[in-house]
Structures are given as structure tokens and as C-alpha cells.
Design a protein around this ligand. Structure first.
Ligand code: DX5
Ligand code: ZN
Length: 215
């Protein structure tokens, strides 16, 4: 049976000077989860925010916090993000010497463990972790910045990963209504959107429209 489509606004596109209001806006728009992008200026050419901000976000919402670590040394900072109140932690396969260990550590802490891959990384790179990951996050832009265009060449990879994996499949980067439709048709069930939702005049309607997409 097809999985329900869930939608998570990416807070990277929110106005951080009024983060509490932006979180409330996402809640009122019936977001299913909130996506938090953590960037270290090494793995990606940008810096965002760290565990103390995740902790502040946690204080202001009961929504699932989906924390996307785009950082070189995820193992080093893992406990800080667990303690901050993350519900899902996703790490990048490109950064990991021992991917199974960190996924096990995340699961042992009672969280859901996600693994992510960049547009140029092949589906085969995930073969050793398919039995342990709860979720796979497929990047459809080069990680580091919001507001980029969806890379359509990633669609066959989404289809391939869907054939290999029964768990949650999440798409991240360049998502609007049209690109969400393409991603859902390819097998995605969790949709992240930053710019599209936070620049919307009717976030509730835009979330609802994506949730109603059919495969
Ligand atoms: C990019 C981040 C994305 C980003 C998506 O590196 O991982 O989560 O916030 O932003 P949009 O939806 O604007 O492409
Ligand atoms: Zn992200």
C-alpha cells in the first residue's frame, strides 16, 4: 500500500528574527514535521545553526524535528543533537567511514536514523545500510543553500532507491508543487520544502496540495 505523503517546511527559509512565529505558522499550516538544516562550512559551503538553536526550536513545538546534518564529523556532534531534542537525525553517506555505527547510535538513543546522499552519489553507495536506515533523504540540489532549482536527473535514482528500500523516502531541494509531483511519482513519501512554503501567502493550502499528490 502507498504510504501517506507528509510535508515538512525547512526552517532554513524561515525568518530567524521571528523563529517562534515561523514555527507557529508552520504548525497552523498543518506541517507534519519541521526540517532543520545543519551546515558546518566544510562539508557544504555555508554555515547555518547548531544544537542550541535546535534546542530552542524544540522548546517551541511538539512537531517531529527532522535534523539534517550536512557536517563533516557527525559522530562528534551526535550527542549534542540528540540531547537538543531531535526526533530524526540524518547523516550524509559521503562523510562516513562507519555508516552503520552512527545509524546504530542514533537508533539506540531512541531516534529515527536517516541516511542522505548528494545528487552525484549513486544509489549503490547505500547498499550496506539499507537494512538499518529508517529513512533515506535524497538531495535534489547540491546541499548548502535554499532556493536552488530541482535537479530532474535525480528522478531515476529515486525510482531505483524505492525499489530497494521499503522505509521512508524523503526528498530535499528545489521542491514546489510541480517538482513534488515528480518526486512523489518516483516513490517519495516525505517532502521537504523551504523557499516554496515560507515565501507562500497560503502555506496551509500549499502543504495540503502536496499532501494530496498521488503516485
Ligand atoms: C539544502 C537544504 C535544504 C533546503 C531546501 O542544502 O538541505 O533542506 O533548506 O530549501 P529549498 O526548498 O528552498 O530548496
Ligand atoms: Zn535539508
Amino acid at each position: 500500500m502507498d504510504k501517506e505523503i507528509t510535508v515538512g517546511p525547512s526552517l532554513l527559509a524561515a525568518d530567524f528574527s521571528m523563529l517562534k512565529d515561523e514555527i507557529k505558522r508552520a504548525e497552523e499550516a498543518k506541517a507534519d514535521f519541521l526540517h532543520c538544516d545543519i551546515m558546518d562550512g566544510h562539508f557544504v559551503p555555508n554555515i547555518s545553526f547548531g544544537p542550541s538553536i535546535v534546542k530552542d526550536i524544540r522548546k517551541n513545538t511538539e512537531l517531529t524535528l527532522d535534523v539534517h546534518l550536512m557536517i563533516e564529523d557527525a559522530q562528534k556532534y551526535l550527542n549534542a543533537f540528540i540531547d537538543a531534542g531531535s526526533d530524526i537525525i540524518t547523516v550524509h553517506i559521503e562523510t562516513l567511514k562507519e555508516p552503520r555505527k552512527i545509524l546504530e547510535d542514533i537508533k539506540c538513543a531512541g531516534l529515527k536514523a536517516g541516511i542522505s546522499l548528494n545528487p552525484e552519489t549513486s544509489a549503490d553507495s547505500l547498499k550496506d545500510v539499507l537494512d538499518i536506515a529508517d529513512m533515506i533523504l535524497i538531495m535534489t540540489v547540491h546541499p548548502g543553500f535554499g532556493g536552488q532549482s530541482f535537479i530532474k536527473d535525480c528522478l531515476p535514482k529515486i525510482e531505483k532507491i524505492r525499489e530497494m528500500f521499503d522505509g521512508d523516502l524523503e526528498v530535499d531541494g528545489g521542491i514546489n508543487y510541480e517538482t513534488a509531483q515528480l518526486a512523489v511519482k518516483a516513490g517519495i513519501n516525505m517532502v521537504i520544502a523551504g523557499t516554496h512554503l515560507f515565501s507562500s501567502h497560503d502555506m496551509k493550502k500549499d502543504i495540503e496540495n502536496i499532501k494530496c499528490l498521488k503516485r
